[in-house]
Design a protein around this ligand. Structure first.
Ligand SMILES: Nc1ncnc2c1ncn2[C@@H]1O[C@H](COP(=O)(O)OP(=O)(O)O)[C@@H](O)[C@H]1O
Ligand SMILES: CC(=O)N[C@@H](CCC(=O)OP(=O)(O)O)C(=O)O
Length: 318
């Protein structure tokens, strides 16, 4: 665009600004092999509530999703919103407790969680994608697991060992669901083959056979969607550089067996447990690899998908 205003100072040299253009071109050319790897492949991106951070960062996320779509990938976004739910519950004076990273969900919590996830967060992300993609007609479509029977759930339970008696007890998590079935018809219709420029944006809410609404961990939803869609990659965007070992160093690659060992040893705790469990289940269901990476860093997805070294921790079979 600045073409008419720039002057080449001599026949053989470019200005500093023009050199930047050449560097951009080199970066694009170097990305070609990776762009081809992901051509028309499905990439499920889980956008965590902690990764959302500032509005400006979230808007850059939306632009990167548009870029993926224009590069020929079919991105599907599954979002969280845990911190946003906690803030709203705090304002309403409702206390939350977590078991293995899952929010124990009673009636009041369910009502607020659905309002925050399917209402505010979902529509905002969908609208940012639509705005970022308006020149090219790329559009975000906000859905929850309740739309078109997308996610049917069954009630989740957890078993805990009492550390003194070593007796196992079933912990009732309330309205916390595990996806039982993902109906992919609507998603497939939206992403289509040609001239379908919709990006599905899915809130982690599901419905039981009896019609009860359930709260689902967003990582778990991403895993179930990635498995059903036979995604090439699932990216879990969070607020940490990746999975850390016992010395707090980044682990660049993990096999499923190693990931299980991290949960068992307690090196992975809290919110990292559902993330690793999801990664393991997705890889075992046929997703080629799952990557856990820092979504607060602008363009993290692009670094992971289109550069040699990638970003964060990659989990694959083995
Ligand atoms: N071994 C580990 N490596 C990295 N993070 C860990 C580990 N064990 C626990 N965590 C915690 O898991 C958090 C990520 O989970 P969570 O807060 O639920 O993220 P999100 O909201 O993005 O889903 C990290 O911020 C970190 O505090
Ligand atoms: C059952 C359960 O824990 N549901 C989560 C849903 C949101 C979520 O997973 O958000 P993040 O990805 O931002 O953590 C919750 O209520 O916080």
């Amino acid at each position: 665009m600045a073409r008419a205003m720039t002057k080449i100072t001599s026949a053989t040299t470019y200005t500093e600004e023009e050199e930047k253009g050449w560097a951009t071109a080199r970066t694009l050319a170097e990305a070609l092999p990776f762009i081809q790897i992901y051509d028309r492949e499905i990439v499920v991106v889980k956008y965590g509530g902690h990764a959302m951070g500032e509005e400006a960062t979230a808007k850059l996320f939306a632009s990167d999703i548009v870029l993926l779509k224009l590069l020929g990938i079919h991105p599907i976004v599954v979002h969280g919103g845990g911190p946003q739910i906690s803030a709203m519950l705090g304002r309403a004076g409702v206390k939350s407790t977590f078991v293995d990273g899952l929010r124990v969900t009673d009636n009041a919590t369910m009502e607020i969680a659905e309002m925050v996830l399917s209402g505010a967060v979902n529509k905002e992300i969908a609208s940012w994608i639509t705005r970022a993609g308006q020149e090219a007609d790329v559009r975000g479509v906000g859905l929850s697991g309740k739309d078109a029977g997308l996610i049917t759930v069954e009630k989740a339970t957890r078993v805990k060992k009492d550390p003194d008696s070593m007796i196992e007890q079933i912990v009732d998590l309330g309205y916390v669901g595990e996806p039982k079935q993902v109906d992919d018809k609507l998603i497939r219709t939206l992403i289509g083959d040609v001239n379908h420029d919709y990006v599905p944006v899915i809130a982690p809410i599901g419905v039981s056979d009896e019609g009860q609404t359930f709260n689902i961990n967003a990582d778990t939803v991403a895993g179930a969607v990635a498995a059903k869609m036979e995604a090439k990659r699932m990216l879990l965007l969070t607020d940490i550089i990746g999975v850390l070992d016992e010395n707090k160093e980044l682990i660049r690659q993990l096999t499923v067996t190693e990931a299980r060992a991290l949960i068992e040893s307690g090196v992975a705790s809290g919110g990292m447990i559902p993330k690793l469990e999801t990664a393991i289940a997705a890889v075992e269901a046929g997703v080629e690899a799952v990557v856990i990476l820092d979504g607060r860093r602008p363009h993290a997805m692009l670094v992971e998908l289109f550069t040699e070294h990638g970003a964060g921790t990659l989990i694959k079979a083995g």
